[in-house]
Ligand binder design. Structure first.
Ligand code: SAJ
Length: 431
């Protein structure tokens, strides 16, 4: 039977490679739609946890994982040979930058090499990892073709960008529209049929390159607009204009404007990284992506700007950073997540310690982290801790924090997220 028929009668089996913040929600949604799903990951600990019905991804409901594992719809393994018994293989592995700030496709290529020996007639292979246009067709397809099978004749291949927003309670894998573009029309059709089984709205596009570029536009749009408002924050600081009030006022425009907020810098493993996949590829075409480079430079300036604001705030109390006790509020890269990757708070912490601050932090989502080789643990947020601090620096605006207590007990506050906008007090400084 061909894939569409197996999808219709629910006998299709799916492999999801990479069980992180993209692969795990995807695998759970596929299994919930009634298709037998096999998670594949190189991390044996994750595999063992899942097979006990446990879950390591915050945005996934552990009860659902337990149910799916118990009823046999979902299981995990490190063994790629399971691909031989599946009809669809989805690759959701990381696409980081290497130490030269260049794309590191090693995880994608390794996944392709691991699949190729088990590729068989009728297989649909999907790449979901954010990457530069051309990766699916120019890098992954040749590896799969080593099997001797031919695309379209034997197997199908498409790219479909993930659109997972960590911590977003409104949009999940199921109700977020899904763009899909194949290396051929038939591949697009097969991929659209697969996703339509468990995603409400599937958007086919003409090629895998269009789908790859679509994702990059989405993330570059965010990176550039965040940089724009960060640059404005730097200028407003000099002009003594309240940038938060400016953004709020501009947000009243009912059309043609989308609000972004200044912040302490750009974190996460997508927005600071994905744009440089395109700027790297563009050089192959003799093209400089100026907006991306400038946005990167501006966003990278923000942690240092926070340090200068810390010095200004302490100065008001005739104090220096050196020797002052500073409490960082939030260390994760954005609110209500536990992820530290590329978090600007890490750079801010390092710089403050480097300048002699006596640093502590509170983050309800991050119990500890490594700072200059030492493990630092999150302190409890209470009156004693707050009154001991010369300055409280809000770096991540987690929802589950008692900002009233901070307003009452802290001697001075630097709020880099404007989360304390409703508290009017001389002791609250902002970006
Ligand atoms: N940030 C600002 N100002 C803003 C918005 C964000 O400073 O106005 C900062 C955040 O604090 C964070 C960084 O930018 O440090 C990135 O935040 P983000 O929410 O844009 O990025 P991610 O990586 O958590 O999630 C994004 C998704 N976000 C949204 O669409 C809202 C989406 O772009 C992608 O689906 C996802 O990255 C991905 O995997 O590419």
């Amino acid at each position: 039977m061909d894939l569409e028929e197996k999808l219709k009668d629910g006998t299709a089996e799916i492999a999801v490679i990479g069980l992180g913040y993209v692969g795990m929600p995807l695998a759970v949604e596929v299994a919930r739609s009634g298709l037998r799903t096999h998670g594949i990951d190189v991390n044996q600990k994750i595999i063992d946890q899942i097979n006990k019905g446990l879950n390591h991804i915050k945005d996934v409901d552990t009860k659902v994982v337990e149910q799916l594992v118990n009823n046999g719809s979902f299981s995990a393994t490190t063994d790629f040979s399971i691909c031989e018994h599946t009809d669809v293989i989805s690759i959701c592995v990381p696409t980081p930058l290497n130490e030269y700030n260049e794309p590191d496709l090693s995880y994608i290529l390794k996944a392709g090499e691991s699949i190729a020996p088990y590729l068989r007639k009728g297989h649909l292979v999907l790449l979901e990892s954010t990457t530069y246009p051309g990766t699916t067709e120019e890098m992954l397809l040749p590896i799969l073709a080593k099997s001797g099978l031919l695309v379209d004749k034997d197997f199908f291949l498409a790219f479909s960008p993930e659109r997972v927003d960590p911590g977003n309670e409104k949009f999940s894998t199921k109700n977020t529209p899904k763009v899909v573009g194949g290396v051929s029309a038939d591949s697009t059709k097969k991929a659209a049929a697969f996703y339509s089984r468990f995603i409400d709205n599937v958007i086919p596009v003409s090629t895998s390159k269009v789908a790859e570029m679509t994702k990059l536009l989405e993330n570059i749009f965010r990176c550039v607009n965040i940089a724009l408002v960060n640059e404005l924050a730097l200028l407003c600081d000099r002009m003594d204009i309240d940038v938060w009030e400016v953004v709020e006022a501009a947000s009243t425009k009912p059309f043609g404007f989308m609000a972004f907020k200044p912040g302490p810098g750009l974190g996460g493993h997508c927005i600071p990284i994905d744009p440089f996949y395109l700027s790297w590829k563009a050089r192959e075409y003799g093209f400089n992506t100026e907006f991306i480079e400038l946005a990167g430079k501006t966003n990278r300036m923000m942690p240092r700007h926070v340090i200068s604001k810390v010095a200004d705030a302490l100065n008001k109390d005739q104090k220096s950073i050196n020797g002052s006790s500073i409490l960082l509020l939030g260390i994760a890269y954005k609110k209500n997540v536990e992820d530290l990757r590329e978090s600007p708070a890490l750079e801010i912490a390092e710089m403050l310690v480097g300048k002699g601050a006596v640093l502590s932090y509170h983050d309800p989502h991050v119990a500890e982290f490594e700072l200059d080789g030492d493990i630092v643990k999150s302190v409890e947020l209470n009156a004693a801790v707050l009154s001991k601090a010369d300055l409280v620096v809000i770096v991540t605006d987690h929802t589950d924090v008692d900002y009233g207590l901070i307003a009452e007990k802290a001697a001075r506050i630097l709020d880099t997220r404007n989360i304390m906008c409703k508290y009017k007090s001389e002791k609250i400084e902002r970006l």
